[in-house]
Design a protein around this ligand. Structure first.
Ligand code: 5GP
Ligand code: MN
Length: 342
């Protein structure tokens, strides 16, 4: 997005507007962090702003400042639809294709005619927004929201709550500052956020020190189910609905499990397949190290996408058939998987 467009948005926001801010379905730290930061920022300019989330977040995000003000589409469809219908501006954050909000909410979004503003860091954005601030080289949407506020020359409006939300998303989307999109600029921004009052120790603990006994048992089950395909430098984990039920699965419990598969020496491609009987799908998370693009792999075969090294996808056939399809695909990628230097 060029400077003129940032100026146009600044102009647009110079008088109070009705604004809805939307994260993707199954919101993570970056999705909720960016939405809530933008929400608190917009309220400072007397806008009538509200975050409308397709569904609820995991418990480890429930402490985020103003999280309790979020309207959940899935729980209060009528109220949420009214807000979306009446909005002058809709910001879509941390996703770049309307289907990422789920079928019902997607239909509502396609029917309304607000000014759409996308702020997102995934590859290959769809073209639904009047303003598309998209950059797949930036580690997180939270860093982009910081830069957005910077372009509007409003960094002095960042308070402790906004800093906390932005820090959270940068922390979670960079795997605690270790993924490759983390650079010196990210650290400079993080330093600013600490100066504005973000409490790094508290935020880390809020997110990570929330294990339950059942979650650890579920991790144990995942590691028992871990399969390694040495000749493809690939490892995968499966979790069936029964296994999830037996261990009283709660939203967010499987977060990060796929990284155990990726941490294996000589593995550069890791996958977790999780059965969801309610939605009648297998939810898949793909991770890679180096140049092997899981974004492309997921787009081509599993109706998903994301980033080069982290993507999501889904499958409509059984867990067993999904894994079989996956294994059948690997020979086509053998050269790519073996050529790539770690
Ligand atoms: P996760 O595996 O943690 O659900 O997602 C990894 C990354 O891929 C995240 O950046 C997430 O937003 C993105 N992602 C997850 N599922 C999908 C999907 O179905 N489509 C697309 N385009 N991106 C996804
Ligand atoms: Mn993100």
């Amino acid at each position: 997005m060029d400077l003129q467009q940032f100026q146009d948005i600044k102009q647009l926001l110079s008088t109070p507007k009705k604004i809805a801010i939307i994260p993707h379905r199954n919101p993570d730290g970056d999705a909720y962090g960016s939405c809530l930061a933008l929400y608190s920022y917009l309220l400072k300019f007397n806008h009538e702003a509200i975050v409308v989330s397709p569904n609820d977040c995991p418990d480890f995000l429930k402490w985020l400042p103003e999280e309790d003000k979020i309207v959940i589409f899935e729980n209060t469809e009528e109220k949420a639809t009214k807000i979306l219908n009446e909005a002058d501006i809709i910001f879509t954050l941390d996703f770049n294709a309307l289907h990422r909000v789920g079928e019902k909410m997607q239909k509502v979004l396609e029917a309304v005619k607000p000014i759409y503003v996308m702020i997102d860091h995934h590859q290959e954005p769809d073209k639904y927004a009047m303003f598309t601030y998209s950059d797949s080289e930036i580690c997180s949407t939270c860093q982009m929201v910081y830069q957005f506020i910077e372009k509007l020359e409003h960094l002095n409006y960042i308070d402790k709550n906004i800093a906390t939300c932005l820090y959270t998303g940068i922390l979670t989307d960079t795997g605690s500052f270790r993924f490759s999109a983390t650079n010196s600029k990210t650290h400079r921004i993080v330093a600013e956020l600490l100066d504005k009052g973000a409490d790094n120790t508290k935020i880390y603990n809020n997110i990570h020190d929330v294990n339950t006994y059942n979650r650890l048992q579920l991790l144990s089950k995942s590691l028992q189910n871990l399969q390694v395909l040495e000749k493809y430098k690939t490892a995968y984990i499966t979790l069936s609905q029964k296994e999830l039920d037996d261990l009283n699965f709660q939203k967010g419990d499987t977060e990060g499990f796929v990284n155990y598969a990726l941490s294996l020496k000589n593995v550069i491609f890791a996958v977790i397949f999780i059965e969801d009987r309610k939605q009648k799908i297998i939810k898949i998370s793909f991770r890679s190290v180096g140049e092997f693009s899981v974004n492309k792999f997921s787009r081509n075969h599993f109706n998903g996408g994301g980033h080069t090294n982290a993507a999501g996808g889904r499958s409509d056939v059984s867990l067993k058939d999904t894994v079989a399809k996956f294994i059948d695909l690997l020979p086509n990628y053998k050269d790519e998987l073996l050529e790539i230097n770690e």
